[in-house]
Ligand binder design. Sequence first.
Ligand SMILES: [Fe+2]
Ligand SMILES: [Fe+2]
Length: 341
Amino acid sequence: MLNKKLNMPNLVDAPAIQQPNIFPIEWETETKELQDLYEKAKKEQWNASDINWNSLQAKDFDDIQKIAISYWLSVLATFERATPVFAKALIKAYETHAEQPVKFLFSTLVFDEGRHEECCMRCIDKLCPLFPWKWKPRNTFEENVLKAINWIYYNGSRYWRAFSQAADVKYNLSVLFTSFMMAESGATTIFRSMAERAKHPVFRDVFISIHRDEARHLAFTWYLLKKRLPSASIEEKTFITKQLRAGFVFLSPILFEPISEFWKLPEGFLEIHRKMEEIARDAGLGVLTIEEKTKIWGNAIRAVKARIKQFNIPFPDMPEIGIYGEEEVEIKEEDIAFMGL
Ligand SMILES: [Fe+2]
Ligand SMILES: [Fe+2]
């Protein structure tokens, strides 16, 4: 009737949209906590430019300290280079029509991770400009440090190829979220502990700010997993167990020590890596000792284990930090579907 009055034609129905697709647009909100977390994410945004970078001065460190700190932050940047990782997850959330707060939260993660990487970049820029990609070593010691970081990046490239394939075809978001949750549990704990130990105010500011973001990321993973895990299939549960181990193994260079199950590193690497950590620690970066890492990360993982077991999901063995008697899982390159810090 109204159509006639307004002199409008009748339309045929639009064709069904082929999936996966980001259309049609829908703004479903199912989980209030996720909505609240998105509001929190907006409020807690911070600008890395506001950190007092001028107080971080190259003259306050000797040459070896500057290299060691830059080395450590370059290793960290491998895991903070999570912007493209979450960009993939963001697309997946849109294509699988996750509830709207999930999509919005991923958009904040994409930006947060860029900011974490920016902090690594800015610290290095102050202490050892152009490290490592255009940095020119002046002696054998420096050449070896550069080679060590290139080994880390080589392994990072293997991870990226495995992750891209897994994200594109193999796994659904809830499976991807499990290793992501492992990473965030580790990240939030380690950065808080580093902020407590760091001697320079810039390092403290960087780690405490990153810690705040990671705590939010961790909350995001838990809300989602709590919703999805009760209905996980047996097959998915097996994947999840594997992913818990994969997250642990992949993160090991930063949260523990590189585990050879994934990390292909040359002889002598570990010695250089340990030395760099030690020098960076003594220079006030707040790097934890291996004993502290084992204790702190061990506690974080035991908390994850308790939560995961509520959903009858077997937990993998992690003998490196004293978790035995669980499921024996061995990780191959293609199993790494983990998302980054
Ligand atoms: Fe994160
Ligand atoms: Fe991060």
